[in-house]
Design a protein around this ligand. Structure first.
Ligand SMILES: Nc1ncnc2c1ncn2[C@@H]1O[C@H](COP(=O)(O)OP(=O)(O)OP(=O)(O)O)[C@@H](O)[C@H]1O
Ligand SMILES: [Mg+2]
Length: 204
């Protein structure tokens, strides 16, 4: 599935893959595989991880993801540019609406993917601050015909699991890594489902 999403992006169509699974099942290992594979085939890779100490810091995770893409901020429509700059501490101001930030992120992803295929990887989304998760969801649900691949992994996908609008952002594909060891070889050892799949590790 990872190879499929990367191939799709290489062909100019964006794809989103969500990976859920219990601690230690190999989510991060799968993401590393994706990063290596994408880097080797010419993708720009941007990545972030949710971290517990920053869960209360609005937009901390997204700032980490988008920092390398900020050259594109000048081309964003004014309200999105202002939202991004405030969210990421470039400008002072009241905390922006995650919706505007999400649209701005979408613009940054599109601008980057116009130059070369882009892989966005976010690990440990269960520790992503809520503002980042919301904005990332807004962006991921709107990815269209760009060369973007977005991989999100976590023990719980929370808001990123789709918010009642299908299995994942943009109706993206998803995988639930099996809890049992030993590691049968990532990638390819996980059960996968497209629309309507199960989204929680070990869930019903
Ligand atoms: N396919 C694999 N082959 C060999 N070792 C693996 C494989 N996948 C994972 N591992 C090893 O298993 C351990 C846990 O894997 P990993 O860190 O990817 O789990 P995780 O699902 O990200 O867990 P967490 O929820 O704690 O972040 C690591 O030491 C990793 O090197
Ligand atoms: Mg991990």
């Amino acid at each position: 599935m990872v190879d499929g999403v990367l191939g799709q992006a290489r062909a100019g169509a964006s794809g989103v893959l969500l990976v859920a699974g219990e601690p230690g099942v190999g989510k991060s290992a799968l993401l590393e595989y994706a990063v290596e594979s994408a880097s080797a085939s010419g993708f720009q890779v941007v990545r972030a991880s949710g971290v517990e100490p920053e869960m209360e810091l609005a937009f901390a995770g997204l700032q980490q993801l988008c920092a390398p893409l900020l050259d594109g901020v000048a081309q964003l429509p004014g309200p999105q540019r202002a939202a991004i700059e405030t969210a990421f501490g470039v400008s002072a101001g009241v905390p922006p609406d995650p919706f505007f930030v999400g649209l701005g992120v979408l613009g940054l992803l599109s601008a980057a993917a116009a130059a070369r295929p882009l892989l966005c990887v976010v690990d440990d989304v269960q520790w992503l601050d809520q503002a980042s998760a919301r904005a990332l969801g807004v962006a991921a649900r709107r990815l269209q015909a760009d060369a973007d691949a977005v991989l999100l992994a976590g023990r719980e996908l929370g808001e990123l699991a789709g918010g009642g609008r299908g299995p994942g952002p943009g109706g993206g594909a998803g995988a639930v890594l099996p809890p049992a060891g030993p590691f049968g070889g990532v990638p390819g050892s996980f059960s996968a489902g497209a629309a309507g799949g199960a989204w929680r590790a070990g869930g019903s």
